[in-house]
Structure formats: C-alpha cells, structure tokens
Write a protein that binds this ligand. Structure first.
Ligand SMILES: [Zn+2]
Length: 295
C-alpha cells in the first residue's frame, strides 16, 4: 500500500518523518507549492530521507476550475519551487488534484499521472487518531492508496498505529511510484489512478539511488529475497549435473577396464601360441642339425 499525505508540509510533518524513519518506511507527500519555501527544511528532509515529493498545485487550486494556462502554471510553479528548495530539478512529478477534482479537460492538459486514492481516512473530518487508525486497518487492501493530511497530529498518530498493526499482518508501505513499479504497471501522463492492481504481485524494488546506506542495505536485501537470481535452482541443477557426470565417467571407466582386460587376454593368448610355435620350430631345427651331425 502507499501512504500519501496532502496539503503539507506543516508543524505535524516533523513527527511523521521521525516515525517513518524509525520504521524505514517511505511515503508520498503531495505538497502545496506555496508552503514549500516556508517549510523548506521539512521538504529537504522528505527528499533526503527518500520520500516521494509530489504535486498538489501551488495554491490548492481546483484544476477543473482553470483553463489550460492556469492548470499548467499551478503545476509548473510547484515543481519549480520544490526543485529550487532541494537544489535538484525534480522534473515531472505525480499530481494529486485538490479535492480529487479531475475531468477530461484536466486529463488532456496535465502532463503527469493524476493520482487519486482508494482509502479515504477522512482524517480532516474526524481529527481523531483512533478513527484514522481503525479506518486504515478495516479498509486495508493490496495495492491501496491511502489518503491522509500531514496537517494534524491525530493523522500522524492514527497512521503510525495502523502501520504497526498492518506490518504485523505482512503489509509493506511504499511510495506511489514504487507501488506501481512493484505491481508492474507504468504510470502514464494525464491518466487518473485510484489504486494499484489488487493482484497480490510484488516485483520488489531496485530503486534506492538517493537513500542513505542503511536503506540501501535494506532494499538490497529485499531485492535478493523478492526478485533476485534463482540461486537455489541453479545450485540444484549443478548438483544434479555433477551426480550424472560422475555416474557417466564411472560407467565409461568400468567399460574401458573390462575391454582392456579382454584385449590383454587375447594378446597373451597370441603370444603363448607364438612362443609355442617358436619353440616347436627351434626344436625341429635342432633335431635336423643333430641328424646332420650324426651323418
Ligand atoms: Zn488537499
């Protein structure tokens, strides 16, 4: 599942980052462009700690209310300010339309994938950690995209409690991009997504280019387990091959021994006959010599 946090950063974001870091979990932050410079330290942390920073427009603008120029400006200005703060051009990002407001006109203009959600925690409404926690746990499903807002500490507490409970059940939490990567689906510009395929597939991950060494090690391990080279099968095949090879060599050797034995016997027999003939002719010659001497 993917954890997504909209509308931030805010004063609640730091605690969320601390808790996610302890658990080696990466989330996706759909940030509002106009807040990025004010909370630049938190944006920098999100970036450095390997989270996905994505686009929630510059002014929490309902894209369905704008023409193509307004839509493009809201999105481009947000990408620009994020790039400026982290000191790296982030290029195209994922876009979450504020209010989930999207239509064909918006799809036609936006040059990035449009990411909605499949699990709404309603955290902005309840402002209650237990309610957030129970909504996540009761509606958790393979490939889900979970909507939260890192504006409230109740969202952070409820989310962390749910993470701990669902991790015990075997769920893993990844960024939106990684979720689709692991599901083997390529995100396309202008297409609206609500959740990744619920197919139980997990292709693992090999990204980790800007994670710290600790996380790199972790994703390396995951890779070995999830999609690594099938060493077990290779070793099994090699052992079977060696057993057959040894058997074959022993068979060939035993055959060649018995043939050489038979060959020796045959040549020995020939030698014996030759010697016998030789002796016979010697005897004959001696007898004729003796006969000559007697004459
Ligand atoms: Zn929002």
């Amino acid at each position: 599942m993917a954890l997504t946090f909209d509308d931030g950063p805010s004063s609640a974001t730091g605690k969320l980052l601390d808790e996610l870091k302890k658990r080696h979990i990466k989330a996706t932050f759909f940030v509002v462009g106009s807040r990025v410079e004010e909370f630049s330290d938190l944006i920098m942390r999100e970036y450095k700690e390997g989270h996905e920073i994505a686009n929630h427009t510059y002014e929490h603008f309902y894209l369905t209310n704008g023409d193509s120029a307004a839509i493009n400006q809201q999105i481009d200005d947000t990408n620009d300010v994020i790039s400026k703060v982290i000191g790296t051009d982030i290029g195209k990002t994922l876009v979450r339309p504020p209010g989930g407001k999207v239509n064909d006109a918006v799809s036609a203009v936006v040059d990035e994938p449009l990411i909605l959600w499949s699990l709404d925690t309603l955290d902005w409404k309840s402002r209650d950690a237990d309610a957030v926690h129970s909504r996540i746990v009761s509606q958790a499903s393979d490939g889900a995209i979970i909507l939260m807002h890192d504006l409230y500490e109740t969202s952070v507490d409820g989310c962390i409690a749910a993470i701990d409970e669902l991790t015990e059940e075997g769920y893993t939490f990844v960024t939106v991009s990684e979720l689709y990567e692991r599901k083997g689906e390529t995100l396309k510009p202008g297409v609206v997504y609500t959740n990744a395929p619920r197919n139980g597939v997990d292709l693992g991950t090999d990204n980790g280019t800007r994670e710290n060494s600790d996380n790199k090690e972790k994703s390396g391990n995951n890779k070995d387990q999830d999609e690594g080279f099938p060493w077990g099968f290779l070793i099994f095949s090699v052992v079977v091959l060696i057993v057959y090879a040894v058997g074959f060599v022993r068979f060939v050797l035993s055959r060649s021994h018995s043939t050489s034995g038979r060959w020796k016997e045959r040549t020995h027999a020939k030698t014996v006959t030759r010697h016998r003939n030789h002796n016979r002719s010697n005897r004959a010659r001696r007898q004729s010599l003796a006969r000559q001497r007697r004459r």
